[in-house]
Design a protein around this ligand. Structure first.
Ligand SMILES: Nc1ncnc2c1ncn2[C@@H]1O[C@H](COP(=O)(O)OP(=O)(O)OP(=O)(O)O)[C@@H](O)[C@H]1O
Length: 255
């Protein structure tokens, strides 16, 4: 008997008046897998993410996370089940140190489990281990407000990992980064997902980042899932190429 997927989505649908933002979308995601959700502006990616983490209730369909039916549950409940999310705009406490930011996230996670005694600094050793893992060990004592943008994105990943997610939703994790940093961050995400058997669903506009890092790719267009498969299969899919070319977005189909 094969294990149930970490995330199982079926018939997911959301309408805004006359616009169907997400139309009958279905897919699976396994633990340890990196799945990219791509598509032109307005394709429905953010709406999908918002339904997966409980910010929006779907109009139709089912979402099962680790076997639990989560469609329509509030965000806090879904977070408790083990869904973490990073956002396009990094959210850190600027005046606190890098380590204190992670200690606070660890404290918050412990509070979620109802086992919090003491203060955030009780989590210092754990925070430092997490910061080492994302390559921020040497910056642990610096104020978060002075970090370079690439390091803020690493801190964001550490904050998301502090709640030990089973499923991590990442909104354009590498947006705004220089190309070299982008590659390094996505490698780190891939490593983290595989070694910690965390399922990662990410959106990304840069198709090179997608094709290099994702295990599988799905493509949305006007709310519909138009393609899903390996990076190589999706890259050469004529409908995907047409959608991207039609929107003035291109990638090297044969590269
Ligand atoms: N709150 C809302 N009210 C009305 N329409 C909305 C709302 N949110 C999204 N939409 C519409 O739903 C569709 C999907 O939008 P969504 O933001 O999910 O796309 P996206 O793929 O995330 O786009 P982007 O890449 O630009 O972030 C679009 O047509 C958008 O205009």
């Amino acid at each position: 008997m094969s294990a149930a997927p970490l995330l199982q989505v079926r018939g997911l649908t959301k309408r805004y008046g006359g616009v169907t933002a997400v139309a009958d979308v279905g897919f699976d995601l396994a633990a340890g897998e990196l799945l990219a959700m791509v598509g032109p502006n307005g394709a429905g990616k953010t709406t999908c993410f918002n339904m997966l983490n409980g910010q929006l209730a779907p109009d139709g369909g089912t979402v099962r996370i680790a076997g639990i039916d989560t469609a329509g549950l509030p965000p806090r409940r879904i977070w408790q089940i083990g869904v973490g999310r990073t956002f396009q705009i990094a959210a850190t406490f600027q005046s606190m140190t890098v380590s204190e930011n992670v200690e606070t996230a660890l404290l918050s996670h412990a509070g979620r489990l109802g086992s919090v005694f003491g203060r955030a600094h009780a989590f210092r050793a754990e925070a430092e281990a997490l910061l080492e893992r994302v390559g921020l060990g040497p910056l642990a004592g610096r104020p978060a407000g002075i970090l370079a943008y690439g390091d803020v994105k690493r801190l964001e990943l550490a904050l998301a990992l502090a709640s030990r997610p089973r499923l991590l939703l990442m909104d354009e994790p590498a947006a705004g980064m220089a190309p070299r940093e982008r590659v390094a961050l996505m490698r780190l995400v891939a490593q983290t997902a595989r070694s910690g058997t965390i399922g990662v669903l990410f959106t990304e506009h840069d198709m090179d980042v997608v094709f290099e890092n994702a295990d599988r790719v799905m493509v949305l267009d006007r709310g519909r899932l138009i393609a899903e498969g390996s990076p190589a299969a999706v890259r050469s899919d004529p409908e995907v190429q047409a959608v991207y070319l039609g929107k003035g977005l291109t990638y090297e189909a044969g590269a």
